[in-house]
Design a protein around this ligand. Structure first.
Ligand SMILES: *Cc1c(COP(=O)(O)O)cnc(C)c1O
Length: 366
């Protein structure tokens, strides 16, 4: 919904400047290094409001050195993918959830709001223009990175009067691989990703830049990612930049799929929400948003009540967790065999939707 006080930009006003020098598409490139031929930019100022959206050749931007996104992190981003279906049609997965989340982050960052469907239509046009970049593969996609930054050209710590919303695209392989080794996580309560009243539930850049040191410490300890804990009772919150799920027999003997609740310190993932909705529809076991602590996990492991644990997010979709290093112990997390594994079953259902093998109102045709 558009904020009534600020009229939104309109996709109907889109100005398109096509590139005259299209790039050759790489065979393989490491994630986020090679971008498509075009980008979408939309400028805003407090005095003029939103300008007409513009699709133009991908290129560097010019920013005032004082601009407050660079100094104070007044900025945010989103992440979603376009998938090329078996029918060769391009689909986005629940993109309105990303638009909603983006405008929530914008409100938190004191950046202006906009009409969600107008932005989605501009993104649709951008993907359509660069459609040849969407891989012909059912294990890869085109990653879409909407970004919203303050371009306020002054050092005052204040609400921005100038801002730039832009969208860039790059190819992305799927990290999900049935044969892939399960993730190893390093859990040390000395680092905190997010806290109550903070911005951990928004995709604001500062949350990620400040996680790097912990990430490299995890690697030093032989792990791939950080398991973020919270509070005195070492609550399990997220793994790296993924939401986390535990499939287990809970304290009262019920089979349960559990993930921490959205209490302000959890990023409300689209994949998380989709897994909850999907498994609730199956109606085969309890699906719960609840607190999970390391001591609950440890005693469940001792009593062999843990079936599997996995992370979820657009990048990897679903990633099984194999080990957690915690307080000097290497906790082994079981994985069910491939045929009974929840991870594989959820991954299959979600990819079947994303690649258009089954019809779903979760997909949005480009
Ligand atoms: C983006 C993100 C997720 C996953 O969200 P999706 O919408 O499923 O991609 C989870 N945790 C964090 C911290 C994130 O930034």
């Amino acid at each position: 919904m558009a904020d009534n006080s600020i009229p939104s930009f309109k996709a109907a006003d889109l100005v398109i400047q096509l590139s005259s020098t299209p790039k050759t598409k790489p065979e393989v490139a490491s994630f986020g290094t090679v971008f498509t031929d075009h980008m979408l930019t939309i400028e805003w100022s407090a005095t003029e409001g939103w300008q007409a959206p513009l699709i133009k050749p991908f290129g560097n931007m010019s920013l005032h050195p004082a601009c407050s996104s660079l100094h104070y992190g007044v900025q945010l981003f989103e992440g979603l993918k376009a998938y090329r279906g078996d029918d060769n049609r391009l689909r986005l997965f629940r993109p309105m959830l990303n638009m909603n989340r983006m405008s929530k982050s914008a409100r938190r960052a004191c950046l202006p709001t906009f009409d969600h469907s107008e932005l989605l239509e501009c993104i649709r046009r951008l993907v359509e223009i660069d459609q040849d970049w969407v891989p012909h593969s059912d294990s890869a996609g085109l990653y879409i990175r909407p970004t919203f930054i303050s371009t306020e050209p002054s050092l005052g710590v204040k609400k921005p009067g100038h801002a730039l919303l832009y969208v860039i695209l790059c190819q992305a392989g799927s990290y999900f691989n049935n044969e892939a080794e399960a993730l190893s996580l390093w859990a040390d309560p000395k680092y905190t990703r997010a806290w109550e009243g903070g911005t951990g539930d928004c995709k604001m850049g500062g949350n990620y830049g400040c996680s790097l040191l912990a990430q490299y410490e995890a690697v030093d300890y032989g792990c791939q990612q950080v398991l973020w804990l919270y509070g005195e009772d070492h609550q399990i919150t997220e793994a790296g930049t993924m939401n986390i799920f535990l499939h287990w027999i809970n304290e009262i003997g019920e089979e349960e799929l559990a993930t921490p609740p959205l209490d302000g310190i959890i990023l409300p993932g689209v994949t998380r929400q989709s897994i909850l909705e999907l498994t609730r529809k199956w109606d085969e076991f309890q699906v719960t948003e609840r607190y999970l602590t390391m001591s609950q996990l440890c005693s469940a492991l001792k009593q062999q009540r843990v079936r599997e644990m996995f992370g979820s997010g657009t990048a990897c979709m679903i990633c099984p967790i194999g080990h957690i290093v915690y307080q000097g112990e290497n906790l082994h997390i079981p994985c069910q065999d491939k045929n009974t594994q929840l991870t594989s079953r959820i991954a299959k259902e979600l990819t079947d939707i994303q690649y258009g093998r089954i019809h779903s109102d979760w997909t949005f045709l480009v």
